[in-house]
Design a protein around this ligand. Structure first.
Ligand code: BGC
Length: 261
């Protein structure tokens, strides 16, 4: 637990499911005040709110499309209206779907890029403007992926969005470091969430994925949430522009395990 996080205000985009819910819940355990954003899953967002309150934090659920300026403005406005300030912004909302690149429509491409990359830009921009106006430091956390580094055939739009998040994070970190605004990414590997539940429920698929992870197991959303709490806290006060991989070693070229090659 990080004492200084108590009473701090966070916005978590895509907080109604998976890693977003786990981060929201962890922020609740840190006694923070959380705006849980959702797009379509109101029930999931309300469950996250309940979990935060039960853990000792405060929360509201807010519907907004993070790929639009209006959506992002709604989130800032609700944070201020309900909790009076903003300290931490988590760009978590994301989507993925599998399609061969020659069959990928412009619409498929734009959907993923709009949420995963444009959403990160808009959220970051709004948070930086708020921090600058209030002459305060702040922490921005982007949920990237191991696929900001590892190519992923049949997920070109997804990999492109995450590769974009990587250089966006590094660039913006450099740009606002003088003001003490920190921006970092988290790169989850294979984590059990609704985004990939179907895949991991199939024993064959699960085995294949586990063989690509040196720690030989699928990760838990709470293990990603722990990284978010650290990046939000003052314990990471000298850290900006990184991607913190939470992947059981997936980014370590696991096919070389045992001295192969
Ligand atoms: C994806 C998961 C995938 C993992 C490892 C993540 O970015 O969301 O579906 O299992 O990368 O490939």
């Amino acid at each position: 637990m990080y004492k200084e996080l108590e009473q701090k205000v966070a916005v978590v985009t895509g907080g109604s499911k998976g890693i977003g819910t786990a981060i929201s819940q962890r922020f609740g355990e840190e006694k923070m005040k959380v705006v849980v954003n959702y797009h379509s899953d109101e029930e999931g967002a309300q469950e996250a709110v309940k979990a935060i309150e039960e853990a000792g934090g405060q929360a509201i659920a807010v519907e907004a499309d993070v790929s639009t300026e209006e959506g992002i403005q709604t989130l800032i406005d609700k944070a201020i209206e309900s909790f009076g300030q903003l300290d931490v912004w988590v760009n978590n909302a994301g989507m993925e779907n599998q399609k061969s690149t020659h069959e990928l429509s412009l619409e498929d491409w734009e959907k993923v890029i709009n949420v995963n990359l444009t959403g990160v830009f808009l959220g970051t921009k709004a948070a930086i403007n708020y921090f600058k106006e209030h002459d305060q430091q702040g922490s921005i956390i982007n949920l990237s992926s191991v696929h900001e580094q590892i190519p992923w055939p049949t997920y070109a739009h997804y990999a492109a969005s995450k590769g974009g998040v990587k250089l966006f994070t590094q660039t913006v970190a450099m740009e606002y470091a003088p003001q003490g605004i920190r921006i970092n990414s988290i790169g989850p590997g294979a984590i059990r969430t609704p985004i990939n539940a179907e895949k991991f429920d199939d024993p064959k698929q699960k085995e294949i994925v586990e063989s690509m992870i040196p720690m030989a197991r699928i990760g838990k959303p709470s293990e990603v949430a722990a990284a978010a709490a650290w990046l939000a806290s003052d314990e990471s006060s000298y850290v900006t522009g990184i991607t913190l991989f939470v992947d059981g070693g997936m980014t370590l070229y696991p096919s070389f395990q045992g001295g192969k090659g």
